[in-house]
Design a protein around this ligand. Structure first.
Ligand code: GDP
Ligand code: MG
Length: 601
């Protein structure tokens, strides 16, 4: 198929607006799948369960228009704030997007964020209202929102039902007629943009590439611009949506490249692939995803260490956005500190550890990356080490050494029905937010912009917002650099021993409240034991909260009179089993849940 008849596009939508359903319909209408097969592009179990796409997938469709065959490459994008980098990475291979909006829900925060991503990339935008079959659908109102927010002419908006398969052909026609074909030079030296990777047990890392110029064939010798490493092309395939092996990919096409890369770290997202011994300019890549939220992962007991390590290795082969560092904690032993794009990303990762590898490790409270400027010393002046980055409370320096602290900020977009406005504004203020703008998008809905500290958002902001608004408010955010902030280490001590795994970094105005809450929660969670336990929260060495747990006798058989040996054995066995889920720290056994629950608000 000549390049003039290729179209590369993506569907962008707020979660649940019907992106996967529409993708299925497009595949069905073009004969790529049989009707009735659903959610082809959402492969992972977690994705199906949570209804979110974690990994960008792609599919090539053949569509006949005016008697001619067109190749339509659909690039599926994740639909959640945590993955906005994956969205932009996928968009860089497209010339246009379908902006899909639920005709009942209307424009939501991710619709806005995704629109601006596409708009900023100069992509053609095809506005489509979905779910017009719903009896509560208000297509006119939503068209007005699109006009107010994005200056989209209501006459240009398509109205479809992905579920019922209404209007799908109009969408396909629009793609053919409205989107430009890719700008690519078939005769130039080969250049391919590597925009995603996945891992295959037999073939190693597979790269999803967009062929910008020239062509690539099996047996070619290629090189990576990023690493300068060289490879031989072993396999090439189109995704329709199952892999269809081909001998060659040409300019404008998207396909899967296998070239014996051993790990997906070699498949560097944003890299330019070219023919060995040719000189080409690298394609303008994009910024790689940067982990924003960090958490420690530790085995319940060290016998699971090897299994967890191998599970983490396998999961990260397929998700290069997760950063991994080995970490050792005095209380929890050997483990890892992992970096994630956001809290949902962390949750998805741990859910996959459980579901796919039956691993149930301890996960410490998530933290963001703080920047700390130390008071000058001879040493740190000399080697420029006076500014340090910290994502683990254990590494927070003594307050006497600190000159200034900085924390990461975000700009959050919230769209809400106006009746929840008051409570949402209170929530944002409680989270140290500063309002940047507030505007109506129609006579019932408001769009708010707030600058907020990332750490106030990562834990449970989204949940709080959903609770306040009965699920009607939506939220999205983007990075907004660092800001000076008065941060302290909130240390938790059990019987005078510092437990870094439970400690955190907090804004000074909140340290006491959080300390109080944590101490109370710990008192509730830690079972009484043989020794007396003192729980303390301290800031800069001063106690800000304290609770005690009285000791008790643990012999569960004490109250039984001598004779019944089997009964006694049974009880002792039960007690031993109960103990397994505990972790001994500072001579105190802590239930596994302590570490996870204590920092939840
Ligand atoms: P995604 O999160 O954007 O991928 O959304 P899905 O495609 O998973 O759809 C979310 C929910 O909306 C599912 O329960 C779908 O069955 C439903 N849905 C999708 N399209 C339509 C539609 O046209 N009409 C109706 N009534 N429901 C739809
Ligand atoms: Mg989906």
């Amino acid at each position: 198929i000549p390049i003039e008849r290729i179209r590369n596009f993506s569907i962008i939508a707020h979660v649940d607006h019907g992106k996967s359903t529409l993708a299925d319909r497009l595949l069905e209408f073009t004969g790529a799948i049989k009707s009735g097969q659903n959610q082809i592009l959402d492969k992972l179990q977690v994705e199906r369960e949570r209804g979110i796409t974690v990994k960008a997938q792609t599919a090539s469709l053949l569509y006949k228009y005016n008697g001619e065959d067109y190749l339509l490459n659909l690039i599926d994008t994740p639909g959640h704030v945590d993955f906005s980098n994956e969205v932009s990475r996928s968009l860089s291979a497209c010339q246009g997007v379908i902006l899909l909006v639920d005709a009942n829900d209307g424009v939501q925060a991710q619709t806005v964020a995704n629109f601006y991503l596409a708009f900023g990339n100069d992509l053609v935008i095809i506005p489509v209202l979905n779910k017009i079959d719903l009896k509560n659908a208000e297509p006119e109102r939503v068209c007005n929102q699109l006009q107010t927010l994005f200056d989209i002419n209501p006459n240009d908006v398509l109205k479809i039902s992905a579920k019922l398969g209404l209007g799908i052909d109009d969408v396909l026609k629009r793609i053919v007629t409205n989107l430009p074909s890719p700008v690519a030079d078939k005769n130039a030296n080969f250049r391919g943009l590597l925009f995603d990777s996945s891992y295959d047990r037999y073939r190693g890392a597979l790269s999803l590439i967009y062929v910008q110029d020239g062509s690539i064939s099996i047996g070619d010798n290629i090189a990576s611009f990023h690493s300068k490493k060289e490879y031989e092309v072993k396999t090439l395939s189109l995704l329709r949506p199952d892999e269809v092996p081909v001998d060659k990919l040409v300019a404008g096409q998207i396909g899967l490249l296998g070239c014996n890369m051993r790990s997906s770290k070699e498949a560097h997202i944003g890299d330019t692939i070219y023919h060995k011994n040719t000189s080409v300019e690298p394609l303008s890549g994009f910024h790689p995803s940067k982990p924003m939220v960090f958490a420690g992962i530790y085995p319940m007991d060290q016998s699971q260490h090897v299994n967890i390590r191998s599970a983490i290795e396998k999961l990260t082969l397929n998700d290069s956005a997760v950063s991994v560092e080995v970490d050792t904690s005095p209380a929890l032993g050997q483990g890892w500190r992992l970096g994630f794009l956001g809290l949902l990303h962390l949750e998805v990762f741990t859910q996959r550890l459980q579901q796919e590898y039956s691993m149930d490790p301890i996960i410490t409270a998530p933290s963001v990356t703080y920047k700390i400027k130390l008071k000058p010393t001879k040493q740190n002046m000399k080697d420029d080490s006076n500014v340090i980055l910290i994502n683990n409370p254990a590494n927070f320096p003594d307050h006497l050494q600190i000159e200034e602290c900085f924390e990461p900020m975000i700009i959050g977009t919230i769209i809400t029905p106006d009746k929840y406005l008051g409570q949402i504004i209170s929530l944002c203020m409680e989270r140290r937010g500063v309002q940047k703008s507030a505007n109506n998008i129609d006579n019932e809905r408001v769009i708010l912009q707030y600058e907020l500290p990332l750490c106030e958002v990562v834990l449970d902001f989204h949940d709080a917002l959903k609770t306040i608004s009965s699920g009607y408010a939506s939220f999205d955010y983007e990075d907004n650099g660092y800001q000076s902030s008065n941060l302290v280490k909130l240390a938790i001590l059990l019987n005078g021993k510092l437990i870094d795994e439970l400690s955190g970094i907090a804004h000074i105005t909140k340290a006491q409240t959080i300390g109080r809450r944590m101490v109370l929660k710990l008192k509730e969670m830690i079972p009484r034991q043989l020794i007396h336990i003192a729980i303390q929260a301290t800031v800069n060495g001063k106690v800000v909260a304290r609770e005690n747990i009285k000791p008790f006798r643990k012999d569960v058989t004490a109250k039984l009179y001598g004779g019944d040996v089997t009964r006694r054995m049974k009880l002792l066995a039960q007690q031993a089993a109960g103990k397994k889920k505990m972790r001994m720290i500072a001579n105190i056994s802590l239930p596994r849940e302590t570490f996870i629950d204590v920092l939840k608000k």
